[in-house]
Design a protein around this ligand. Structure first.
Ligand code: GRF
Length: 209
């Protein structure tokens, strides 16, 4: 039997996407193991949740540190844990180019909008204020630009006239939890490849017209 693929999870806060991934593994929906969970914040509930689950959970605090130096420590921990994929799950830090190059096309991020619309902070608020009628979430490969790399999975949700930031965020979050597992399954399956910016199935055939 092939060895289980190892995931490294980076988070800074609540950690619901991390928990959704952990639950997918537990339920047999995802063939992988979480080799390490790293938080850059001591007070992240996600870090506590990782500890409770008995996972290899580490605090590598970032406050007041030079980005490159902090990133190097994180890279070392991920390499020691021999991770195959790095999952950013509410990790509120920009990655240095060195970090991105250390795991080429092997870092994933989830963003609460349909990229390329509304990158950056407060994406749900941006979508509401813009007047978008549809929003959603995007799981993408991380490159050296913010919320920019190739798209693996997107899920849409309607924006209702009665929505506020809270209700829209909750509707999107439900889809995030589904989307991350789907994206991981695809990436770990070995069945997809990059064609320019496009993530496509290796054996994709022309669809009948
Ligand atoms: C999610 O909305 C995610 O899309 C964004 O940060 C939030 C993290 O939530 N990148 P959680 O910590 O996974 O609950």
């Amino acid at each position: 039997m092939a060895a289980l693929k190892k995931l490294g999870i980076l988070l800074s806060g609540r950690g619901s996407n991390f928990e959704a991934i952990a639950e997918s593994i537990k339920a047999g929906r995802l063939d992988a193991e979480i080799a390490i969970v790293i938080s850059n914040r001591a007070d992240a509930p996600g870090l506590e949740s990782a500890r409770r689950r008995g996972l290899n959970a580490r605090l590598i605090a970032s406050r007041g540190r030079v980005r490159e130096e902090h990133d190097r420590e994180v890279i070392t921990a991920l390499k020691q844990a021999k991770v195959d994929l790095v999952c950013l799950a509410g990790y509120m830090r920009l990655l240095s180019p060195e970090f991105v190059r250390a795991f080429p096309n092997r870092i994933l991020n989830i963003h609460p909008s349909l990229l390329p619309a509304f990158p950056g902070l407060d994406a749900q608020k941006q979508a509401l204020e813009y007047g978008a009628k549809v929003s959603g979430c995007t799981v993408h490969i991380v490159d050296e630009h913010l919320d920019h790399g190739p798209i693996i999975v997107q899920k849409t949700v309607p924006v209702l006239e009665t929505d506020d930031e809270h209700s829209l965020s909750a509707r999107i979050l439900e889809q995030e939890h589904i989307a991350y597992t789907e994206a991981l399954r695809l990436m770990l399956s070995g069945e997809v490849k990059l064609q320019g910016r496009r993530v496509v199935r290796k054996n994709a055939r022309a669809e009948a017209k």
